[in-house]
Write a protein that binds this ligand. Structure first.
Ligand code: ADP
Length: 646
């Protein structure tokens, strides 16, 4: 893969514009009731939590000392026990305080439920949607082995976003409400003392601004380091067999240690700023408290406003001030978390949309043809193919037609293009020139679903899902009943061994179940295709050795499967091509010979030589063939096409 393609992810990630805005508009809008409910509950709960200190101050002045009338900001006097005896004012205050706590508690609950619902519903949709979109990318995307990165997007990045939507968003609302609410209450109670108390706020804001600027690059560095660490771990674990067989454990441990240490250093570098920030904020709050206590205390003790201040300060107001001064530290100190979650979320969101924005190259036309019962006529019409836009040509002018029901064997050296040729039939990739047709329909005009239902594929590396034997077979056709599954297994020569498994067809296989041998796995995947009952069959004959008996069973089941349907076999054993109706010999991306087995043997070309090697008649390919193969490949690379002079 070329460098550009490897970074397809990065390219589209970098193009994402205003990711968080997009997250809200694409996934958040339809869940607005949760968001609005959460935000409002949060605002009211925070507001209510400011009430007790305020009421306490008023109660001291009115009910306890009787110095002042009972008043509340923004509340008409008629609603308050202004003229009642002190005791009534006291009880009113008690109910107010209790009420405030109850409201705070209840709305904090509502806010928790609503905020969580919003965050997790959004992320559920993002995850599912991203998965579906990613799955539609062509095989070219997955060839780059970006699965680790995709996993990390669907896991880590989704979690980051969840945390942001859940915590950071609500914490910033809380911060705003608290600052504003405390400011209003204090200024309303005593504007002059409020000015003294809040004189530190600009300092706090500047300090926070400095912190945000300073911490941002360190967060970025830390995020990169964690990505490096993940890649390293994934690599080392993925290649664990290689590590063990080459005895490079110590080397790998060193590499992991280095990357982990780098992550550790960068995390500490980031945390060092936090260590300064939090105590710094405490200090500011301390200054605010001490100044308020000093100025307010002097005011009350001397009975006159100190310095340039004027007017009166009551003991109750003073108490309210002292309580509330302490209340704005915690939300402000959260700023560091909010910033980190915001930065993380932005980066994660870019990756999510970067993944979603990678264009699909194998797409359906509008109103695609639905293949119903397929005759099985397959035509390759002057097909050219390259894996990358301006990359090496892998197939060149491949042109042949197969009549319904025929079996075609593809032979040729490794890298000749046999698998590629058949992947074009399944439309895992699109041709770069010419066309592939099934029953006369260009595969690009056919719906992908009906195409892949009509073309069955038994690959070399059989993949079985974590699940039961039955489920794995049924993957070929979900609505098959138990009898059909058993019939398919019988046809694939798998019934015997499945019946001997501990739970028969209900035996779990895969990571958390029993391990099956290569030959058994292969027969299960054949059963899957038997059940699918496709009209065209593509077989990639396994090269891995199985014992003769198993091979015979597999061969038998494949023969049965190939009966009555158009079949392509990538033949690694030349013995299997003897029965084919036609043999296509590929070399360097071109069909160099074609015909029946006998006919090709008589022609004494590449096929005859390959056959000779296989049958042990000659030791190795004659030098002239090796030379010719090299030349052809070099020419293909140079784009001059295969030579025709021989
Ligand atoms: P065969 O099946 O005959 O062994 P393939 O079809 O696998 O040959 O490969 C044909 C050529 O295409 C080889 O040069 C191979 O390196 C290249 N190739 C195969 N798969 C890919 C891929 N996913 N991306 C890029 N090049 C590929």
């Amino acid at each position: 893969m070329s460098a550009e393609e490897e970074s397809a992810f990065d390219v589209y990630r970098d193009r994402v514009d205003r990711p968080l805005y997009r997250l809200f508009t694409e996934y958040g809008l339809d869940k607005w009731p949760w968001l609005v409910l959460g935000m409002s509950a949060n605002v009211v709960a925070r507001g209510a939590s400011l009430l007790p200190p305020l009421v306490l101050g008023i109660a001291i002045d009115a009910a306890f000392t009787g110095n002042e009338p009972y008043t509340l900001p923004f509340v008409p006097a008629a609603w308050l026990p202004t003229t009642a005896p002190d005791e009534a004012q006291f009880w009113f205050s008690v109910w107010l305080i209790v009420g405030a706590f109850v409201v705070t508690a209840a709305l904090t609950w509502v806010y928790g439920v609503a905020a969580n619902n919003f965050a997790h519903r959004v992320m559920h949709d993002v995850r599912t949607d991203s998965y579906a979109k990613m799955q539609d990318l062509s095989m070219a995307f997955f060839d780059d082995k970006q699965t680790g990165e995709v996993m990390s997007v669907l896991n880590n990045d989704a979690t980051n976003l969840e945390r942001f939507l859940d915590d950071a968003l609500q914490n910033s609302v809380r911060l705003g409400v608290m600052l504003l609410g405390i400011g209003i209450v204090l200024f309303d109670a005593n504007a002059q003392l409020a000015a003294v108390t809040l004189v530190v706020v600009p300092g706090m804001i500047l300090f926070t601004y400095w912190f945000m600027k300073a911490v941002e690059p360190r967060y970025a560095a830390q995020r990169e380091a964690v990505a490096d660490l993940n890649t390293r771990l994934e690599n080392a674990l993925g290649g664990i067999q290689l590590v063990k067989t080459t005895g490079t454990e110590a080397y790998e441990t060193d590499r992991v240690r280095d990357t982990s240490h780098d992550y550790f250093r960068k995390t500490l570098a980031m945390l060092r700023l936090n260590y300064v920030y939090r105590p710094g904020m405490e200090l500011f709050a301390g200054i605010a408290f001490a100044t308020t206590f000093l100025v307010g205390g002097l005011w009350i003790v001397t009975g006159t406003a100190p310095g340039p201040l004027t007017g009166e300060l009551t003991a109750g107001t003073f108490v309210t001030f002292l309580f509330l001064t302490q209340r704005f530290v915690t939300p402000l100190a959260e700023v560091s978390n909010i910033v980190s979650q915001y930065e993380n979320a932005k980066a994660s969101c870019e990756r999510v949309f970067g993944l979603q924005d990678i264009p699909r190259d194998v797409t359906e036309v509008e109103d695609p043809v639905e293949l119903g019962d397929v005759e099985g006529d397959v035509e390759y019409d002057h097909v050219d193919f390259a894996y990358e836009a301006d990359g090496e040509t892998v197939l060149r002018d491949v042109d042949f037609e197969v009549a319904p029901g025929e079996t075609v064997a593809l032979v040729g050296p490794t890298g000749a293009g046999k698998s590629t040729l058949l992947k074009l039939l399944l439309r895992l990739y699109d041709v770069t020139g010419g066309a592939v047709r099934v029953d006369g329909h260009d595969v690009r005009e056919v719906s992908l679903r009906s195409l892949r239902e009509s073309v069955g594929y038994v690959s070399q590396d059989t993949y079985l899902f974590d699940g039961t034997v039955g489920e794995n077979i049924r993957y070929g056709r979900f609505d098959a009943d138990d009898d059909e599954v058993v019939e398919a297994a019988k046809a694939a020569e798998a019934h015997e061994f499945v019946s001997n498994l501990p739970d028969g067809y209900d035996t779990r296989i895969g990571e958390r179940g029993v391990k099956l041998s290569g030959g058994q796995r292969q027969r299960l995947s054949i059963a899957r295709v038997v059940l699918q009952d496709p009209d065209v069959l593509v077989l990639d004959e396994a090269t891995s050795a199985v014992d003769t008996e198993t091979e015979m069973l597999i061969q038998r089941s494949l023969d049965r499967l190939a009966e009555d349907r158009t079949t392509f076999v990538i033949a690694h054993r030349l013995s299997t091509v003897k029965d084919a109706d036609e043999v296509l010999v590929l070399e360097g991306g071109a069909v160099v010979e074609r015909g029946g087995h006998e006919e090709l043997l008589r022609a004494d070309g590449l096929y005859a030589k390959l056959w000779g090697v296989q049958a042990g008649e000659i030791e190795s390919l004659p030098e002239e063939f090796v030379e010719r193969a090299r030349r052809r490949q070099a020419e293909t690379l140079a784009g001059t096409g295969p030579s025709t002079d021989d």
